[in-house]
Design a protein around this ligand. Structure first.
Ligand code: VG1
Ligand code: CO
Length: 545
């Protein structure tokens, strides 16, 4: 019999999972039993995993190697039959989702804080995914949080650390640990979805691309798929070796942290196509030559053109987007007669719709797009679908984007983030604004902005009937413009206030305005309504995407 120990512990009160798992600074995770308590609390909230398989992997950030050993031994102590783990403890978030599904595992632990910086003073995170490969729904995360507040012991097998450097099988107590190639299954899945022959021909014709892996997890995936399988020239993938602190950078593929890539694509002899992914490989940034593609537009364009890829040749069932994401995708759904769903922020809300076959493509304004091939957003998938579309349409990114606006109109869109704001100030700002909402409907501002609705978004899941309230304040105007206020659920210091702005120009409207200029009146109005500058003391946002 395995040497299973029940070890006494004391609870922490702050282990509440946010938008995407539990995220804290590394020193918080390094406190005695912090990881152990959280992992045991997750297992305590689940039933029926005895003898089943658990997938574990992470984005390779600092503390991944320590936390993964604890997780494996606790899984063994709780009676899992097998753990599948990526070599060196690595798995991108979408690859973990695929492996859970492919091997019919009971669930998985993803060790990552995604786009947050890493290193000894950076962030770490743990997220549990269920058997469909998607993030655990609130029912489970709520139960796990409740458990963390009272937990008094955890179960662990006493064993030496598992060697994760080589593919193969070993044992921890009675549990089998299989170390797998983190890339192989995922790459094989991509081959079933996309026209690799056409993409190979595109690269062979001299099409030039740069993929910035931002020293994060997608490096090994991008090297293998883009360079080895699709024949993109060596050097197409840069920053392709995962490092514990992401090369000291911020692995968030946006116009601030991937500015070099942006500048390159805007330069006269830049490549045809640029892309980047985040810490754990589930986000994507898409930039064509002289054309940045707003993630909300990218979702709409991918949905409109998906049928060009073999995996979606028979068409898509429907589209879902998170509430703050622009309505560009709605225009596609409307025109094509597809189901359209608006969900709260975070991928966990797409799972039911995907499982029920009601939607095929999902997306978020935060550079997340994905489909029913897994139950997470998927950075490389989005890049490959773009490549497939470019190969099939034989047009540039800019031409495709403009053509899309001509057909569906343009949803000008931007997000302004105020990071590390005092939490009390941010909460009061939201509370005061919420109190104002009922009085706003029908009011007109700046001559032409009349409020059509103003509410705090509540989602009713049409599949399981659950309700999620207080998901963000929406102020919609009669002309289709919209202002959304939300507090981030992934930050680890203070509060991050996100302001999302959108304005619609019809198909025959003006599509060539500068985005920030087009949205300036809404920015001003948002500040007047919520008193952002006055309350936060900030004159401008920390990040504009
Ligand atoms: C952010 C994004 C959200 C995304 C989440 C996880 O959440 O806004 O769209 O799903 O990060 O992405 P928040 O609560 O900070 O706004 V990732 O790449 O961390 O897995
Ligand atoms: Co991510």
């Amino acid at each position: 019999m395995a040497n299973i120990k029940s070890i006494k512990t004391t609870p922490y009160q702050d282990q509440k999972p946010g938008t995407s798992g539990l995220r804290k600074r590394v020193p918080v995770f390094q406190q005695p039993n912090y990881v152990e308590n959280f992992v045991q609390s997750i297992f305590d909230s689940l039933e029926g995993f005895e003898g089943q398989t658990l997938v574990i992997g992470g984005d390779g950030r600092y503390y991944n190697d320590v936390a993964i050993q604890k997780a494996i031994k606790i899984a063994a102590g709780n009676g899992f039959g097998k753990v599948m783990v990526g070599r060196d403890g690595l798995l991108s978030t979408p690859a973990a989702s695929h492996i859970i599904r492919h091997y019919k595992a009971f669930g998985g632990l993803v060790l990552s804080a995604s786009h947050n910086p890493g290193g000894p003073d950076g962030d770490f995170g743990i997220k549990y995914n269920i058997g469909n490969g998607g993030p655990a729904p609130e029912k489970i995360t709520d139960a796990a949080f409740a458990r963390t507040k009272v937990i008094d012991s955890y179960k662990m097998v006493e064993a030496p650390d598992v060697a994760l450097g080589h593919i193969g099988t070993q044992r921890v107590g009675d549990m089998v640990v299989e170390v797998i190639d983190p890339v192989a299954d995922y790459a094989a899945l991509m081959e079933t979805l996309f026209d690799f022959t056409a993409i190979r021909a595109l690269f062979a014709s001299g099409f030039r691309m740069r993929f910035d892996a931002m020293h994060a997890i997608t490096g090994p995936y991008a090297h293998r798929i883009l360079e080895e399988m699709l024949g993109a020239p060596e050097g197409t993938v840069i920053n392709g070796t995962p490092s514990q602190d992401f090369g000291g950078g911020h692995p968030d593929p946006n116009l601030v942290y991937a500015k070099d890539l942006y500048d390159l694509l805007m330069s006269p002899d830049g490549p045809d196509f640029g892309a980047a992914s985040d810490g754990d490989g589930d986000r994507n940034l898409i930039i064509g030559k002289n054309r940045f593609v707003t993630p909300s537009d990218s979702l709409a364009i991918l949905a409109a053109n998906a049928a060009l890829a073999p995996g979606y040749a028979t068409g898509i069932a429907g589209i879902a987007r998170s509430m703050p994401t622009s309505a560009a995708a709605d225009k596609v759904a409307e025109k094509r007669g597809l189901e359209m769903h608006e969900t709260p922020t975070g991928w966990k809300f797409f799972g039911n719709l995907l499982d029920a076959g009601r939607v095929t493509i999902c997306g978020e304004e935060s550079a997340g797009t994905g489909s029913n091939h897994v139950r997470e957003k998927d950075g490389l998938w989005a890049v490959l679908l773009w490549l497939n579309i470019l190969a099939a349409r034989k047009q540039s990114v800019d031409e495709i984007v403009r053509d899309h606006w001509q057909t569906y109109g343009r949803n000008y869109y931007t997000r302004h983030d105020y990071e590390e704001v005092d939490a009390a100030v941010a909460n009061t700002l939201m509370d005061d604004l919420r109190a104002k909402l009922p009085g706003l409907v029908g009011q007109s501002f700046d001559d032409d902005l009349t409020v059509a609705y103003a509410d705090d978004f509540t989602y009713h899941d049409p599949v399981d009937g659950s309700t999620s309230s207080k998901q963000g304040i929406r102020i919609g105007f009669t002309d289709g413009s919209r202002i959304v206020f939300r507090l981030s659920g992934t930050g680890t210091v203070g509060a991050t206030l996100r302001l999302y702005l959108e304005r619609y120009e019809a198909a025959d409207g003006r599509h060539d305005l500068d985005t920030q200029t087009a949205l300036e009146p809404l920015v001003g109005l948002a500040d007047r309504l919520a008193g952002i500058r006055e309350r936060t003391g900030r004159q401008s946002p920390s990040v504009i995407t």
